[in-house]
Structure formats: C-alpha cells, structure tokens
Design a protein around this ligand. Sequence first.
Ligand code: ATP
Ligand code: MG
Length: 247
Amino acid sequence: MPPYAIELNEVKKTYQSASQQVEALRGVTLQIGSGEFVAIMGASGSGKSTLLHLCALLDRPTSGTLKVNGQDLSGLTERQCVEFRRHQVGLIFQQFNLIPNLSVRDNVLLPARLAGTCDQKVVDRAVHLIDRLGLSARQLHKPDALSGGEQQRTAIARALVMRPALLLADEPTGNLDSANARHFWSLLSDMLEESPLTVVVVTHEPAAAAEADRVVVLRDGAVAGQFDVEEAKDAGELAARYQLLTR
Ligand SMILES: Nc1ncnc2c1ncn2[C@@H]1O[C@H](COP(=O)(O)OP(=O)(O)OP(=O)(O)O)[C@@H](O)[C@H]1O
Ligand SMILES: [Mg+2]
C-alpha cells in the first residue's frame, strides 16, 4: 500500500506564553490518503489552524510524529522545511494574503519566482490558471482593485501554480459572501478534477464540507470523530452529524 499523504501519530502542540501553557493539540492521530479531500471542522479554538500549520510545516509538533508521503518530517532543517513548502504545498488563507503592490499575474507567479523556477512552462500554467479562474481581464490589476471573490480566486491560482502535491486551506471562504463562497468551492472541485491532489480544508460551512470525501471533527485539541461525506445525504444531514460530534 502506498504511504499516506499525511500521517499524524499522537501529535501534541503546546503553546507557551509568558503566563500560561495552551495545549492546542492533545494527541491527534489521523491518516489522510493520497488524493483525498478532507474537511476539518470544529469549534473556535479546537485546534484546526494549529493542525493545518503543522501539516504545512509552518510550525512543529511539541511531541508525536508527522509524516508526509511516508517521510518523517521531524528531522528536517529549517531550510528543508522552506523547500518542502515551496515545492509540495499550496496554501490558501482566509485573509487572501496577496501582495498589494503586485498584479494578479505577479501574485500568481510569486511562488515560482521565490523558488527560482519561473520558466516559460510555469508562466503558461499561470496564464492557464488565471484563465480557468475567470481572471484574464483582471490579470494586470492590483489586489485592491479586485473584489473579494476575485482576490480569493487569485489565491487559488497562486496556491496551484507550483503543482503542489498537497493543498491546505484555512477557512478560505470565511471572508466571502455566500454566492462567492459557492463559486469558490465549485471552481476548486473543477480544478481538482483537472489535476488531482490531496486537499485539507478547514471550514465552518457544512455546504463546503459536503464537497469533501471525509469530515474530521476536532474538539478541544483532539479528534472527536470523523465520517465519510457519502454517509450524509445532504449538507443538512452533514451539519447534524457534525453537531453530534461537538457535543
Ligand atoms: N501562537 C499561539 N500562542 C498561544 N496560544 C495559541 C497560539 N496559537 C493558537 N493558540 C491557542 O491554541 C488553541 C487552538 O487555536 P487554533 O488557532 O488552532 O484554533 P482554531 O480551531 O483554528 O480556531 P478558529 O476557528 O477560531 O480559527 C486556542 O486556544 C488558541 O488560543
Ligand atoms: Mg483557525
């Protein structure tokens, strides 16, 4: 059997601030298959962003092991972590995090420029992504001249331009109205059909989680439960199952 795309084993993360310790993750064991689309749900403070940051190597577990494609990442140097993020991971955040003085096209090309791999093939791919995401007429605009939905679509193109194996998104539609949020999810599933990759999305929205293969629910820094989306017949039933697991 091929290795899991992501494998966490008894992962704990404790934040130490001046006056107190916060146990953000208290022993999470979770496997995510290659090509799987997993939605992480849970109340505010349950550890969702912490989990995602660990998977992106933006932070390290306090204890436990994290493997990506079978490789234990605990031994990587800071430089190797940067390389891993640049080449393996696409990231989308709630606050689009676009660079204000760069155009749409330059924002999309930024990961390739940072990695020193911005050749014609990458430029062609960026143009294709911009076109697929309906941004061709906007590609020379700066982010402040874009709508929220256009900014978020730029962030999708930027996350996919390096052909990552893993797409991680933290409440990507949290700042969008419901019509733009729906548009985001349907574009994302179209993009996944074009080039399959492993996706982990943190979301509060049952309708968004219904796009995934599996829902993992966190409560107080631990996995409260998980279920296959197929088991729920619609977003309403998915929301009900989620509520049961957060009690
Ligand atoms: N850098 C930090 N220093 C100290 N505590 C932190 C830090 N980051 C997160 N925490 C704490 O860890 C816990 C989990 O935080 P996390 O951001 O993972 O929650 P979340 O599930 O993403 O919540 P939300 O839905 O509000 O985004 C919270 O109690 C939070 O206050
Ligand atoms: Mg969060």
